[in-house]
Ligand binder design. Structure first.
Ligand SMILES: [Mg+2]
Length: 303
């Protein structure tokens, strides 16, 4: 099964980062995360996942239940998470501002595709962190990926970030054995060809040009471009799942989301067996995630 490689990679990365979210890089340099720990920032038990995982699971469950990508239903399941703690281990404890605003709009009866913020300030990493499931759907088109972003994050920059991420994941799924740089290059070329004169492409320049080797120039804050750059930096400068996600967490700031987005790709690239089993076992209710992965894989195979 392939779906669990990326999805469990994402969940484990999220859970590793939750206890130290918002900690500075300096403080993590002094006291780095080396494995699964509990409490900290959100005072949650060891192995707790956050919004990144919950919204990813909600997306997968909606697609499985509807046997289709239904934007209204995806928003309904996001509300079920936010209001009813569905897709949580215990309760919802973390939500981004843009996502919360979009869910409030949806509750007012606004159509799903009109709920996401379109301002330049609405470009947090909140749609990038939950877009991975789409990479497993054969021949998924860019418009659909953009729309799944747009229900919470409708600015073109966030939409393109989601398409680029799905393309990198797809390249890893399709071209096994290629080095990481090559997957990024393949995906970057596709995006630049498709969006051609789109002015937003300039924000992705450092990713396209492979100009991400200096850690001092990488910010791991929640802006979608900074997050994406951090993820690429971590993938390029490590050689296994464990080191990639620990590097992501220890960059500081938006630790859970950077590690979740990095972990999704690292899980695909290195495979499920490279994810430390004691980290997987430390996550309460991981069986529910694995069973949803199986259902989602069946959907993708029949698509
Ligand atoms: Mg989170």
């Amino acid at each position: 099964m392939k779906v669990k490689d990326g999805i469990i990679g994402l969940v484990v990365g999220d859970a590793l980062g939750v206890p130290v979210e918002f900690q500075s890089r300096y403080s993590l340099k002094m006291n780095p995360v080396e494995g699964m720990i509990g409490h900290g920032t959100h005072n949650q038990p060891e192995g707790s996942w956050s919004d990144d995982t919950s919204m990813t699971l909600a997306t997968m469950a909606s697609i499985v239940n509807k046997n289709a990508i239904d934007y209204e239903d995806i928003m309904k399941e996001f509300c079920n998470w936010f209001l009813n703690d569905k897709y949580c281990q215990k309760e919802q404890f973390d939500i981004g501002i843009a996502t919360q605003n979009a869910l409030i709009e949806y509750r007012k009866g606004i159509p799903a595709l009109e709920c996401g913020g379109t301002g330049e300030r609405d470009n947090g990493n909140g749609s990038l962190m939950r877009i991975l499931p789409l990479a497993y759907i054969p021949d998924i088109d860019y418009e659909t990926i953009e729309n799944v972003s747009a229900v919470t994050h409708a600015h073109k920059r966030s939409r393109i970030a989601c398409v680029l991420y799905v393309e990198i994941a797809k390249s890893m799924l399709e071209n096994e054995g290629f080095p990481i740089e090559e997957h990024i290059e393949i995906a970057s070329e596709k995006i630049q060809a498709y969006y051609r004169d789109e002015p937003e492409l300039k924000h992705f320049k450092r990713i396209f040009e492979d100009d991400l080797d200096d850690e001092d120039e990488i910010s791991s804050k929640g802006y979608v471009i900074y997050t994406f750059e951090s993820v690429i930096y971590c993938l390029k400068n490590t050689s296994n799942y464990k080191d990639a996600v620990l590097k992501a967490v220890n960059l500081g700031e938006d630790t859970d989301t950077v590690a979740a987005i990095c972990g999704g790709l690292a899980g695909i690239y290195y495979g499920f067996d490279d994810i430390p089993i004691d980290w997987i076992d430390a996550i309460p209710q991981i069986d529910k995630v694995l069973s949803l992965c199986e259902k989602y894989e069946a959907f993708c195979n029949e698509y």
